[in-house]
Design a protein around this ligand. Structure first.
Ligand code: ASP
Length: 309
């Protein structure tokens, strides 16, 4: 079994370490975590970890999840503040707790208890952009009292597809045939505090089942939560569809939703044999992804198939 890594465009900085881990025989879960950690630390990746977009209050709230396709065990954290590696905290939720999902203060408490790396995640640049966004959208009078004003009307303005999202998604089949999925994100820029997207919601933002395949999504999490997209892709493969057909069916599910906000979704999937497919719907630009399989000298960046709403 040669193994495969399929990751989204934000994943570049973690690809080499992940390939090395895969080649040295590490488990798919380790490869996922190894690949995501450098992305979480890279301040130039604006949608993940350090340097991620803050919420409307200027706080960076991070989401992450991981899933083992053999046991269907999973761990997730949402709205985690003050820790650098949500993917590792999510993994420890899976390994050490009888639960699968922790959020907010409970997630931070658990991170502290396990000695997870704490640190600042709001960069000066991200803070500057948050201030600039407020200056552009919120009248001086309301900004003077910030954050005492109600936030609902401002949250509605944040659905800009340029800044609304971004995530790093990873699907890994290792040399022993084990399958894992992992996701890490800061979510939608300037989101309402406490907002969770699809990334930490297992079955929406990611899913892995070694018998059928795995899937992970980037883009408008509000849509993929409603359609249960990642689990749907895997179930469509269970029903006998190819990975391409399964993604097409899931795109159809998304098309059937009413969409109040602009923005697209990209589906990344592999079947049980490790055959990949990536398709992007409703994005106004080419979406790239990263792939590595045995025989490649280096990871390659390729363009996703395109679908229109
Ligand atoms: N899916 C992520 C979320 O909704 C954002 C993204 O990938 O663009 O939080």
């Amino acid at each position: 079994m040669p193994g495969i890594i399929l990751a989204n465009s934000a994943a570049g900085v973690g690809m080499r370490a992940a390939v090395k881990a895969l080649q040295s025989g590490r488990h798919a879960l380790d490869v996922v975590e190894t690949g995501i950690r450098p992305v979480e630390l890279d301040p130039t990746v604006r949608s993940v970890g350090v340097g991620g977009w803050p919420n409307l209050l200027g706080q960076v709230e991070l989401d992450g999840s991981i899933m083992d396709g053999r046991t269907l065990r999973t761990g997730a954290v949402g709205a985690l503040q003050g820790y650098l590696h949500p993917i590792s905290v999510a993994r420890q939720v899976m390994e050490r707790l009888p639960h699968v999902f922790l959020v907010g203060e409970g997630a931070a408490r658990f991170a502290a208890e396990i000695g997870a790396e704490a640190g600042p995640t709001l960069t000066a640049e991200a803070q500057q952009e948050w201030k600039a966004w407020l200056a552009k959208h919120v009248p001086d009078e309301a900004r003077a009292h910030w954050p005492h004003e109600g936030l609902i009307e401002w949250a509605r303005l944040t659905a800009d597809p340029e800044t609304a999202g971004g995530t790093t998604t990873w699907l890994v089949k290792d040399a022993a045939g084990e399958l894992a999925a992992g996701v890490s994100t800061c979510g939608w820029a300037f989101k309402y505090p406490g907002r969770l997207g699809d990334s930490p919601v297992i079955g929406a933002g990611s899913y892995a089942d070694v018998r059928y395949g795995a899937a992970a999504c980037t883009g408008m999490g509000e849509l993929t939560i409603r359609a249960g997209t990642a689990r749907a892709v895997v179930l469509y493969m269970k029903m006998g569809m190819s990975v391409e057909e399964a993604c097409r069916e899931a795109v159809g599910d998304l098309r059937a939703l009413t969409r109040l906000w602009r923005g697209g979704v990209t589906l990344h999937a592999i079947d049980a044999q490790g055959r990949p497919h990536v398709v992007s719907i409703g994005r106004g630009h080419t979406v790239k992804y990263w792939i590595w399989t045995a025989g490649m000298v280096a990871p390659e960046e390729r363009a996703a198939a395109i679908e229109l709403w």
